[in-house]
Design a protein. Structure first.
Ligand SMILES: CC(C)(COP(=O)(O)OP(=O)(O)OC[C@H]1O[C@@H](n2cnc3c(N)ncnc32)[C@H](O)[C@@H]1OP(=O)(O)O)[C@@H](O)C(=O)NCCC(=O)NCCS
Length: 495
């Protein structure tokens, strides 16, 4: 408990502080008055310049990290996407805080709602895992009232994202000219299969893009057919590219005040991800690709980049090696990289210390013709341990290795849950499911992963609260058939 003396001293200090504050205030007032009197135009400009940092940015926020909104707060997205490529893009924008209003056909919705269904009558994982952090409104874009609603949405939003077949948006009457006239600030972002050229009118799915983008011809084993990869580089990869384009267009709009068209062709997106193979195509003109194992095996190269199995795409040779249990576990393998700087530790670990000085093995060029033999020898060592034991031993001496993780292992990996990369969300229809959270982590824009909406869940909310329709107008809209399924609804493709 404070003593009376201490209390007195405290109140004295308080009084002194108040007095000092008042004096300072008065003095400041006086000075301010003085400054106002003397301030010339040039001085006033200087004062303003001092108040606003030179780069034009506002003062740094004083709120704690992650508690001052999200990166794309305030960005309104008219999400006209379906299947995978477009939804990947808008889900990412949603993760970053954009308000994504997904427009779907009444009674049908995004076709993926009904594709590859695992729970009868419920939205598929295909849909739910690509459409989190969005609101769903059903609008028949070919109904006159539906067109009117879309016009309001165009005026309201900053970005329209679509990945319809070429020409479909125009056929709805939503041409670039119309959109730009209606809202000059609108950014219109599209995924198409091909850019302008001979194939521009083609419909394209993932594997078509992988083949046309050059990856299938370079994936697989030399003596086998071309292969597609399980990573959806055509769909999700292009969606990522589009999101980047949109954010850039939003930034440019701050300067120009106008929107623009953003186009990502899936063929271009795939090629961008496969640029190392176009690199190799050009290197081929100057001689064999010495890091490809076919070089070591004495097999001549043809005119185009060959399939290279599990060869590393970079300058450090690597291969997939068996680990303990490989006879029964299809994923008991590890990717092993014989990185040159750690060649010594590799030799010691696998029990071949003599290779450190043997001229046939000591340098990277000497090793190139005998990579097969080297990896076979390393494999004899990796086969004695589980992939995780190999990883532990190698990481201890900085040897880069990658255990082949199954999707089961990924789904159960606690560290991926901790970082929000794998997230469990609850859905009113299908219950809990796993999704991939935001793979981009930002210190001041923390992602909250929200479940996907059910079809038309937010139709009334968006019409009234976002677009300002009255209750009477809402009834008219309902009667018009613009937001409800036709009598005999077209069926989404079943699993
Ligand atoms: C993916 C793709 C092949 C699917 O083709 P599809 O199922 O035939 O779908 P479309 O894009 O052609 O659209 C189908 C129709 O639905 C209509 N539609 C879509 N939403 C609608 C709505 N809300 N109200 C009324 N009609 C609607 C479109 O107007 C179109 O009609 P139209 O052809 O008579 O003009 C095609 O959209 C495509 O090539 N997209 C670009 C590339 C791409 O993104 N591919 C990867 C997908 S993961």
């Amino acid at each position: 408990m404070a003593t009376r003396k201490a209390k007195k001293a405290k109140s004295k200090t308080k009084a002194a502080k108040a007095k000092a504050k008042a004096t300072t205030k008065a003095a400041a007032k006086k000075t301010a008055k003085k400054v106002v009197k003397l301030k010339s135009k040039a001085r006033a400009r200087k004062a303003v310049a001092k108040a606003v940092p030179a780069n034009g940015l506002p003062k740094p926020s004083a709120r704690p990290w992650g508690q001052d909104g999200k990166a794309l707060d305030g960005v309104k997205v008219l999400d006209f996407t379906h299947v995978q490529s477009g939804p990947t893009c808008t889900q990412l924008l949603g993760y970053m805080g954009a308000d994504c209003i997904k427009v779907e056909r009444p009674g049908v919705g995004d076709i993926t709602r009904g594709q590859l269904r695992d729970v009868k009558g419920q939205d598929s994982l295909y849909f739910t895992m690509l459409n989190g952090n969005k609101r769903s409104i059903t609008i028949d874009s070919k109904n006159p009232k539906g067109k009117e609603i879309l016009e309001r949405l165009i005026k309201h939003c900053d970005v329209l994202v679509e990945n319809f077949a070429p020409g479909a948006l125009d056929r709805m009457g939503l041409t670039w000219d119309y959109i730009h006239k209606t809202n000059p600030r609108m950014i219109v972002a599209s995924v198409k299969g091909f850019g302008p050229g001979p194939y521009e009118d083609c419909k394209v799915y993932e594997n078509v893009a992988q083949c046309a983008g050059g990856t299938a011809s370079t994936t697989g084993f030399r003596d086998g057919p071309p292969l597609v990869t399980g990573a959806q580089i055509g769909d999700s990869g292009t969606g990522l590219h589009l999101a980047f384009g949109i954010v850039c267009a939003l930034h440019q709009r701050q300067r120009t005040g106008r929107g623009q068209k953003v186009l990502c062709a899936m063929q271009d997106g795939v090629l961008n991800l496969a640029r190392v193979k176009l690199r190799d195509q050009q290197r081929l003109a100057h001689g064999p690709l010495t890091e490809y194992s076919q070089y070591g095996e004495g097999i001549p190269f043809g005119k185009a980049v060959p399939r290279a199995g599990n060869d590393s795409g970079g300058g450090q040779p690597g291969w997939i090696l068996k680990c303990k249990g490989w006879e029964t576990d299809p994923d008991a393998y590890i990717y092993f990289i014989t990185q040159a700087p750690v060649w010594g530790p590799i030799c010691d670990l696998i029990g071949k210390p003599e290779w450190k000085t043997d001229p046939d093995y000591a340098t990277p060029p000497a090793r190139l013709p005998r990579l097969r033999h080297i990896f076979d020898t390393i494999e004899e060592w990796t086969k004695t341990m589980t992939k995780f034991e190999v990883m532990e031993k190698c990481n201890a001496v900085d040897i880069p290795v990658g255990p082949i993780l199954s999707m089961k292992e990924i789904a159960e990996e606690p560290s991926l849950r901790d970082t929000g990369t794998v997230v469990e969300v609850d859905h009113p229809g299908r219950g809990k499911y796993l999704t991939v959270g935001n793979p981009v982590k930002m210190s001041d824009s923390i992602t909250e992963v929200k479940r996907s909406p059910v079809l038309g869940e937010h139709t009334e909310e968006i019409l009234t609260k976002v677009l300002g329709y009255s209750a009477k107008e809402l009834e008219e809209i309902k009667a018009s058939g613009a937001i409800t399924a036709p009598e005999k609804p077209a069926k989404a493709e079943a699993a």
